[in-house]
Design a protein around this ligand. Sequence first.
Ligand code: UD1
Ligand code: UDP
Length: 355
Amino acid sequence: MKLVTIIGARPQFIKAATVSRAIAAFDDITEVIVHTGQHYDANMSDIFFDELSIPRPDHHLGIGGGSHGAMTGRQIEAIETVLMAEKPDFVLVYGDTNSTLAGALAAVKLHIPLAHVEAGLRSFNRKMPEEINRILTDHAADLLFAPTETAVRNLKSEGLPAERQRLVGDVMYDAALFYRERAKEPKWFEGLSVQKGNYILATIHRAESTNDPACLTSILQGLAQADAPVILPMHPRTHARIREFDLEVPEAIHVVPPTGYLEMIWLEMHCAAIATDSGGVQKEAYFHGRPCITLREQTEWVELIESGWNTLVGADTGKIAAALSSLTRPEEGKPLYGTGNAAELIVKLLYEDAQ
Ligand code: UD1
Ligand code: UDP
């Protein structure tokens, strides 16, 4: 069996690392990796291939930056060329980025079976580019690998056939379990004079948080009011917006460059709490037992809210500050994201489907 995996953005490298490892256990599956180039800085891309032992991409398309239409359109064209040459039995796409949608559209128009990992997630906010990407990808896909029961319900409610759906758990949980033993302290941590266990770890990168200067300022002001210092590994989009809007980052916030995954896990494991607008980081807070506030109005990961591990605070300075000063750790409940074998299940199901 031949699989083409299409990835391009940071969280996709982490998700694909677990699945690629499961694929490697099969002698008769060949994986061809296509990197669209959506993320291209060394600390947004290469570092993950090096640290997580992801096979080097067989095709690097070098298409990052630009508007949504330009990026997605150029990616579709280039992926189509690769797929026509590779003739795979399945195309595998992850999550909800422009690279996901480009891969899905290229595959479905060539009548190549398409599998979507992280199917069925919805924020019900159609202004988010990710929401459009995931809805269209789910509707194009032949196999829908859903991480949660909520995701399965969402797929059903959109009329997607039950025989396409597979509840497998979350590959990011597999990654958290596998890599937590390998977590490493960032070299710069000691120099910050911040105590282990007594800092807030923050990430901000969503278009909805960063495109409006008032919104970004409000988030930064809210974080700065925390009792503990804040460590903010800054995404290049956020960096660009702060410079463009000429904003001052408050002194209580220690800005550091984006980290590799192993350092990020270490920071998550040793922080007091997490404040984020990232999908992946919300779940990692729960995986590593840290309370979390989400700097958005909605989340796709609703079970974290229901179980008390996460609180939605939007971009509201007052709500952010209040939530950071009243964090509690809920009791352990039933596991929310499977048992840590999602990647193995995905590969087994793909293999069976292709027979
Ligand atoms: C993308 C995804 C988002 C995902 C995020 C993960 C879409 C629509 N968005 O958002 O769902 O959560 O990745 O991190 O696909 N840039 C660099 N260097 C890089 C990458 C980006 O400088 O290596 C800058 C560029 O100015 C670029 C901007 O960041 O224009 C935005 O990058 P883009 O990939 O379009 O969106 P993200 O915000 O990264
Ligand atoms: N991450 C990382 N370094 C960072 C910030 C995030 O390795 O500086 C990891 C994080 O641990 C998680 C993933 O990147 O596994 C989340 O990606 P991101 O927040 O960019 O995207 P999202 O999950 O929101 O789509």
